[in-house]
Design a protein around this ligand. Structure first.
Ligand SMILES: Cc1cc2nc3c(=O)[nH]c(=O)nc-3n(C[C@H](O)[C@H](O)[C@H](O)COP(=O)(O)O)c2cc1C
Length: 230
């Protein structure tokens, strides 16, 4: 039975996969950007990402209390200060990474695509090889096989030849490989500006409108004129 009533738009979320690379502020900024744009989100947090989240924010992410933990996480600025942002998580659906029967594990579950932010090299390898060792990797494989947008914001340095080859494989499979690599031309003065630049580029790759960073307008020196991101 189709639960969508006539005239009703079916919920078509972006899947956001958070893997265990450093960079949980990037994920928070992408999640806030999607929600601010009116998008729905299906969230998957890998087991290793719970460790990076704990390390980088002090938050223990619990399946049973995910709403409270997500709200606390999204309220933090990149400097770790709680209460910096106001986040309404009503449009977020959370799936446990071990739940291989979850919606995003099937191609018949409607989604707009998937953003992996940040992506660990282990996650890159798993998706490139189609391992599907957890829901995050399975959802990424499904996204590729269904021909939907997959953005992989890899965070590691330096990169081994093995990871570079796996990134090429992902590119060839149709994914957007987007290194979490902040730029300085947009007038950054705080850590949050650098984080928002990367998050904004992820949203650009997904075609989601945002105002996270100031775009290049073809003129050198904009940064020194003191105009902050608008
Ligand atoms: C504090 C911390 C930081 C880490 N940072 C990175 C990183 O920046 N990039 C990376 O590829 N792996 C990093 N790792 C290692 C991954 O967490 C590890 O490879 C894990 O198996 C990834 O699993 P997942 O892809 O299922 O999340 C880090 C681990 C910890 C504990």
């Amino acid at each position: 039975m189709n639960p969508v009533k006539p005239g009703e738009t079916p919920r078509t979320p972006w899947i956001v996969g958070v893997s265990g690379a450093s960079g949980t502020p990037y994920a928070a900024a992408v999640l806030r950007g999607l929600l601010a744009a009116g998008e729905s989100v299906d969230l998957v947090v890998s087991r290793a990402a719970r460790l990076t989240l704990l390390d980088e924010t002090g938050i223990s992410f619990r399946d049973g209390h995910w709403r409270d933990d997500l709200r606390a996480w999204l309220s933090r600025g990149a400097d770790g200060k709680p209460g910096t942002f106001d986040a309404d998580v009503a449009r977020v659906r959370y799936w446990s990474a071990g739940d291989l029967a979850a919606g995003p594990s099937s191609g018949s579950y409607p989604t707009k695509g998937m953003l992996i932010v940040p992506a660990s090299t282990a996650c890159v390898a798993g998706v490139a090889l189609g391992l599907s060792k957890d829901l995050l990797q399975r959802a990424a494989s499904v996204t590729l096989k269904e021909g939907r947008r997959l953005v992989v914001a890899v965070r590691e340095t330096p990169l081994s030849g093995q990871t570079l080859r796996q990134l090429v494989a992902l590119d060839e499979a149709g994914a957007v490989v987007l290194p979490a690599s902040p730029a300085f031309y947009a007038g950054a003065t705080h850590i949050q500006d650098l984080v928002d630049f990367v998050a904004g580029r992820v949203l650009d790759a997904a075609g989601v409108r945002h105002r996270l960073y100031r775009r290049w307008e073809g003129e050198l020196g904009g940064r020194t004129r003191g105009a902050g991101p608008s």
